[in-house]
Design a protein around this ligand. Structure first.
Ligand SMILES: Nc1ncnc2c1ncn2[C@@H]1O[C@H](COP(=O)(O)OP(=O)(O)OP(=O)(O)O)[C@@H](O)[C@H]1O
Ligand SMILES: [Mg+2]
Length: 84
C-alpha cells in the first residue's frame, strides 16, 4: 500500500464499483471515507447510486441539510429539456 502521508499520493480518486448488489460497496465507502476524514484528510464522498444509502450511512439523511433529492431538476432545467 502506498504511503498515505505522501502529499502527492493524497490526491486520489477512490472508486468503489461492483456489478453485484448488496456486497458492501456503500459500507466500505462510508468507512474508508470516514477513516480518512478522521485522519485529517479532506474527503469528498460522492454517491452515484440513486438509492442514496451513503448519506444514510453517514448520518445525513432525514436531517435539515437533506432535501431528499427535491433540488433536482434545478429550476433552469425545464421538463422539455431532455438532457436533464
Ligand atoms: N462486513 C460486513 N459484515 C456483515 N454485514 C455487512 C458487512 N458489510 C456490509 N454489511 C451489510 O450488508 C448489507 C449490504 O451492504 P451495502 O449496502 O454496503 O452494500 P451495497 O453493495 O452498497 O448494496 P447496493 O448494491 O444495494 O448498493 C448492509 O445491510 C450492510 O450493513
Ligand atoms: Mg450501496
Amino acid at each position: 500500500m502506498e504511503n498515505l502521508t505522501d502529499p502527492v499520493a493524497r490526491d486520489r480518486v477512490i472508486a468503489v464499483i461492483n456489478g453485484k448488489g448488496c456486497v458492501g460497496k456503500t459500507t466500505v465507502t462510508a468507512n474508508v471515507a470516514g477513516l480518512l476524514a478522521q485522519s485529517d484528510y479532506r474527503v469528498l464522498a460522492i454517491d452515484l447510486d440513486t438509492q442514496g444509502n451513503l448519506g444514510l450511512d453517514l448520518g445525513y439523511a432525514d436531517t435539515q441539510d437533506d432535501d431528499g433529492g427535491r433540488a433536482w431538476p434545478p429550476p433552469s432545467c425545464s421538463a422539455a429539456t431532455s438532457s436533464c
